[in-house]
Design a protein around this ligand. Sequence first.
Ligand code: NIG
Ligand code: FE
Length: 410
Amino acid sequence: MSEHCVWQNLRVATLAPRENDAWGIVEDAVIVTKGDHIAWLGERSALPLEFAHADRTVDLKGALVTPPLIDCHTHLVYAGNRAHEFELRLEGASYEAISRAGGGIRSTVAATRAASEDELFALACERARALMREGIATLEIKSGYGLSLSHERQSLRVARRVGEALGIEVKTTYLAAHALPEEFAGRSDEYVAALCEWMRELHDENLIDAVDVFCERIGFSREQTRTVFEHAKALGLPVKLHAEQLSDQGGAALASEFGALSCDHLEYVSDDGIAAMARAGVVAVVLPGAYYFLRETQLPPIEKLRASGVPIALATDHNPGSSPTLSPLLMMNMACTLFRMTPIEAWLGFTVNAALALGLPAARGRLEAGAKADFVAWNASHPRDLVYRFGHSPLHQLVLKGQAHEALDV
Ligand code: NIG
Ligand code: FE
């Protein structure tokens, strides 16, 4: 028999719009969980008798309850850091120049290859726990700092292990097309052919949920991106793209042709790129952490994306080079202050639209009867309070499968 638990003394922001309220706020609410799903959610005064008797009652002491957050773009598996490159950039070197000189992604590849699987696992778990302390319970993790068959396999295996160890859902993305490894210098087409072969093997090992490419002057060309996408398509794998982060490569239009789940970054996306995304139902993932940390000045075209009806998701883009943050709440604040998104857009960006960017149902970003018994209790009274404050996490409890999660202690 699954446990029947009544959670009371709370207010819920379901994010399922009700009448004039986009937040879907339910005041003086009760949530009834049965095992790992929500059996009932609503106002206390409407609680049906059949749900009133519980095996366990939890007093949430007036907390605000929301759906857990979804981080739909991270590069969580790597060793080392790039603090030195941060200094170089402050002295005037550009991100692109550092990359062309053999630093950037490739310096993280060297550190990652030198680490053992257990070391990478410990580092990634620590980072995932930090994200969970700000309400994350679903996480995308990209490979892309291995760049050989065995090292990419190792990174993807570590990503899967993180999900199992912490009891959260991890979606893995194969990003071998992130940078050209040293051993393929001057032979980028051969590298693309090799990584397409590896894709087949790693897919057979059930290590890949989606395929991504860094389509950029310092990454891979549009034609190389097409080759990778064709291989993904042949295997039935969904694609996503690091598109127009530093320049317009026409990546968004190409990804749309392949029905991509998402195009990410998008500072330099063209009107045609946006139109193609809108037609194909591709999610825009905007990444204020990378925009801020690279001191970018070209804003992603939020107003145009909005007007075209493209769903906008947000993510931390956690990585050592362009976005070493582990704070989704700070990203929500920055999306509002830097990108002029609204607080409700910031929340939908880390819930409903982030789910879509991972190929999950939109309902995964809402709290409703029948949903998984996963939610976050915050010491706050309204979700907009969490966007307004920054540099602070008022998490009270992360509840997964109807149980308060124990693994968040440092
Ligand atoms: O999302 N742009 C490519 N990938 C990462 C940066 C990776 C790195 O610098 O290590 C990004 O910004
Ligand atoms: Fe990224």
